[in-house]
Design a protein around this ligand. Structure first.
Ligand code: AMP
Ligand code: MG
Length: 335
């Protein structure tokens, strides 16, 4: 398989995510790691807020320049950012964006961010500017996730993973990795600072459920830990699960360093619906590496129903070989 790096969408997505990862790294270094995390909450002038907005502005601007007719569905909006008391946050956002884009100012930065408010339809881009915000604050794993969806099918996904090696091992403070998948062209990974060095990603060939390694959220409130532990016990899995924030988990699975990824609705939010920006890029990276992604019951993820996966519950991603066995074993457990 070969990756066509001349396709305008692929080229732009790679460039935009690389720049965004640069920006996110600057915020993490200058605001997160330099301050006491004890004082940080998501609702005030927090580094994560600054990084979320700044990355969304930067990527939205580049998409607008390259594909002015394409919609963008992204996590953030400026309703609260425009309030007077958020002036200092907005100024910080403008200042970080300004390092990458000449002419950044309060008004145009807000306009770029608000391009992300589109309703999914036809062909559109999907962006999670900082996926894994809690990992970002911990100085741990996070990802910049950008995908292109056409008529409900994810065609392109890029994941910027600043704290991951290209072999899928974690490396906080290293050069980071850039993963890309294009429908029919495979999944590939390169160092964030050397995007010409692409190597293919391939899922593991492990075909025995008991020998498989589980990947799940680091944050226990984002999944159903008890169900996952039961699954492991009943099916004789003995390798310790890998706990990791963000869609970096999908890259680790695509790199063959785990076989089964679970996102199960948490017990206190059984009706939780996954946001499309938390899944689209990760899904194609896994599928093009030879794996499979479905909801917890084995149904395809349906990206045609708004900003969340309204028709699906939970997510199972796997190396493919084990998928049917995992879906069956989970339904035997939960009914
Ligand atoms: P992870 O780092 O894998 O735990 O995933 C991070 C994503 O989980 C965030 O981007 C949120 O959109 C999403 N999220 C937030 N709350 C929940 C929840 N209660 N259940 C599942 N996912 C959630
Ligand atoms: Mg997210």
């Amino acid at each position: 398989m070969t990756l066509n790096l001349d396709a305008p969408e692929t080229r732009l997505a790679l460039k935009a995510v690389r720049r965004a990862a640069d920006l996110a790294g600057q915020v993490q270094k200058e605001l997160v790691l330099a301050s006491s995390t004890a004082t940080i909450t998501k609702d005030d002038l927090s580094p994560v807020t600054v990084a979320d907005y700044a990355v969304q502005a930067l990527v939205a601007h580049q998409l607008l320049q390259a594909f002015p007719n394409d919609d963008l569905v992204a996590e953030e909006g400026t309703a609260s950012l425009r309030a007077a008391e958020c002036g200092p946050t907005l100024d910080a956002v403008v200042s970080f964006v300004g390092r990458h884009l000449a002419g950044a100012a309060r008004e145009n930065v807000c306009e770029w961010i608000d391009r992300g408010g589109a309703t999914p339809n036809g062909r559109f881009w999907v962006l999670d500017p900082i996926d894994g915000t809690k990992g970002f604050l911990r100085g741990d794993q996070y990802a910049i996730a950008l995908a292109l969806i056409e008529n409900g099918v994810v065609q392109l996904g890029v994941l910027g993973c600043p704290n991951l090696n290209t072999d899928g091992t974690p490396n906080v403070g290293g050069v980071g990795a850039l993963a890309v998948a294009v429908r029919g062209q495979g999944s590939w990974i390169a160092p964030l600072n050397q995007p010409e060095q692409w190597t293919p990603l391939r899922v593991s060939a492990t075909a025995t459920l008991a020998e498989s390694r589980i990947l799940r959220s680091f944050e226990t409130r984002h999944t159903n830990v008890m169900q996952i532990e039961n699954f492991m016990r009943v099916n004789g899995l003995t390798q310790p699960p890998v706990l990791m924030d963000s869609q970096v988990k999908y890259v680790v699975l695509a790199a063959g360093r785990g076989e089964v990824l679970f996102r199960l609705p948490p017990p206190d939010k059984l009706n939780y619906r996954e946001k499309i920006w938390d899944q689209a890029a990760g899904l194609i990276v896994v599928e093009e590496a030879g794996g499979r992604v479905t909801d917890a019951r084995g149904a395809a993820l349906d990206f045609k129903h708004g900003r969340a996966l309204e028709r699906n519950s939970g997510v199972i991603a796997s190396n493919g070989v084990l998928h049917t066995a995992v879906v069956q074993a989970l339904s035997a457990l939960v009914g």
